[in-house]
Write a protein that binds this ligand. Sequence first.
Ligand code: HEM
Ligand code: HEM
Length: 185
Amino acid sequence: MAKVDSYTSTAKWLHWGMALLWLGAWCIGMLATHWREELNAQHELTFLHKAMASTLLFLVVARIAWRLTHPAPALPKKMSLTMKRGALVGHILLYVVALVGLPVSGWYWSSVADKQIMVAGLFVLPPLVAPDKDLYDLAKWVHTYTAWLCGALVGGHVLVALKHHFIDGDDVLTGMLPGNDARKA
Ligand code: HEM
Ligand code: HEM
């Protein structure tokens, strides 16, 4: 595939749109569970969490298809090979665990619990598997701990992006912003 020196504007829209949805869904999931009596007495936050998070299942298909046909720009030349490999592994983990695995685990949990998911509040997502009370605790455990793991993964991703900008002084962070069309170094 041809080398490119910037992300396409579609890739940037998908990155920031999904980042907002993801971070919003993560915070609402936490509030729904840990502030249940104060904020989620009628399951309104649970509904919102599921409505937002389930849209990621569709967006991620479009995003991966776009990414497979539109390569990312090369990382700055001054980065070591180890750092470049680390970035690649980190991005693959974000795709596989945070953007595919976590929503699928939520879909699985709601399916075994026999609870509906309204995608964006608009239509019902068909269940992934048949209801099964015996699998409820396992599904809850997997979704909860994957969510915590992903919180750490995304937190690390954001810190690394800030390090590139403020410590290394390169254009990795600005390269993901609108209107920055060529990676220089
Ligand atoms: C189809 C997608 C998803 C469904 C159906 C779903 C479902 C759920 C449900 C039912 C809860 C428990 C809420 C409650 O007890 O009131 C929950 C908790 C949570 N979810 Fe999701 N989820 C999905 C995707 C996601 C995604 C993409 C994220 C991250 C952005 C996420 C992060 C969380 C977090 C952080 C919690 C709280 C964990 C804790 O108890 O500490 N979920 N989810
Ligand atoms: C304030 C929050 C965020 C910042 C500052 C940020 C920053 C960045 C930057 C600068 C890049 C480009 C890296 C490069 O050029 O190699 C990037 C890529 C990426 N980000 Fe984020 N990000 C944020 C949130 C998120 C979230 C919440 C997710 C997903 C859960 C995410 C997933 C990804 C993925 C998968 C890539 C790789 C894109 C590709 O090359 O295909 N980001 N991010």
